[in-house]
Ligand binder design. Structure first.
Ligand code: FAD
Length: 307
């Protein structure tokens, strides 16, 4: 069996693998798609000490770093069940195999909920964005929309208003759902317009990049178009934890509940990165949390394993 089995191969999983392997313990990584969300990213400018890189390049660097250590990488393997019995964990893969491990680190990440309208897929990374911390500065002085009037949408609009020329926030419902204190701050900003009962129907573009957004006013049934350069979709981040439901404690949003050490509700099972309750979903944070979870797993091993 593995001493540490990591499920997921994004920044959190890669960091956990390097840290575990450097303790000289049997380490494995099973990942559906090594690289994770980083593979879907264009420019990355906030991974400290690397002023600019691109997603596929960083994903390759993560994998190269892991491979320089003694780690068994099982790529293109999706886990579908976790069990812990008598201090030993087992992870069943979709391919039918079962992996056994003394400790497990879950780093299955998350995915942004998409609008599912024409143009969204085509213009992803070409004006359609999901992360204001990541891509906000790309729209300096430009016009953007934020889709979604929950806390993350309103926070994004406030954040972007300080960078871009103009923000239009569109909410499907008749009113915003964000905390009142955020709404008050939003209303105080001169370059933000809020549209409620607005159903986004299409992302418009010129073949190269976004040029506008079409929406329906759900009260009047009229269709409108807003000319703009960027669209930030903030309608939810979904953790990839469906397969863990009923196995360990998840938050109401489906995030794996972890303590400051990355410990989950199951002894010997740790978690890190976007799939957890740790706030702020970013590469550098996921990597740091992955390292922390690996050190916690090692700590668990030296306390529980026979010498
Ligand atoms: P992920 O990167 O999501 O990796 C999860 C891993 O788990 C993957 O290998 C996946 O295949 C695997 N997996 C999932 N389910 C299973 C399963 N059941 N069995 C086995 N494996 C599984 N952050 C920044 O800091 N800067 C940026 O500029 C930036 N830009 C972004 C742009 C886009 C378009 C997106 C989508 C995200 C961006 N982010 C950015 C966010 C950043 O990518 C994430 O915070 C980070 O990748 C999280 O790392 P992670 O390891 O927790 O999860």
């Amino acid at each position: 069996p593995f001493e540490v089995l990591i499920v997921g191969g994004g920044p959190a999983g890669a960091a956990a693998a390097v840290y575990a392997a450097r303790k000289g313990i049997r380490t494995g990584v099973a990942a559906e798609r090594f690289g994770g969300q980083v593979l879907d990213t264009m420019g990355i400018e906030n991974f400290i000490s690397v002023p600019h890189t691109e997603g596929p390049k960083l994903a390759l660097a993560l994998e190269t770093h892991v491979r320089e250590n003694e780690v068994r990488i099982m790529n293109l393997q999706r886990a579908e069940e976790l069990n812990v019995e008598n201090g030993m964990a087992s992870v069943r893969l979709v391919n039918g195999a079962t992996l056994h491990a003394k400790t497990v680190i879950l780093t299955t990440g998350a995915r942004w909920r998409q609008m599912g309208v024409p143009g969204e897929e085509q213009y992803k990374n070409k004006g359609v964005a999901y992360c204001p911390h990541c891509d906000g500065p790309l729209f300096k002085g430009k016009r953007v929309a934020v889709i979604g009037g929950g806390n993350s949408g309103v926070e994004a609009a406030i954040d972007l208003a300080g960078i871009v020329k103009h923000v239009t926030l569109l909410e499907f419902d008749t009113k915003l759902r964000a905390d009142e204190v955020l709404q008050r701050k939003l209303r105080s900003l001169p370059n933000v317009e809020v549209l409620v009962s607005a159903r986004t129907t299409e992302v418009k573009g010129d073949g190269q990049k976004v040029t506008g957004l079409a929406y329906e006013n759900r009260v009047t049934g009229e269709f409108h178009e807003i000319p703009l350069e960027g669209i930030f979709v903030q309608i939810g981040l979904l953790p990839n934890t469906e397969w863990l439901r009923g196995t360990l404690d998840l938050s109401p949003r489906g995030e794996i509940i972890v303590d400051a050490h990355g410990q989950t509700s199951l002894p010997g099972v740790f978690a890190a990165g976007d799939c957890t309750t740790t706030p702020f979903k970013q590469i550098i944070i996921a990597a740091g949390e992955g390292a922390k979870a690996a050190l916690s797993a090692f700590d668990h091993l030296i306390r529980t394993s026979a010498p």
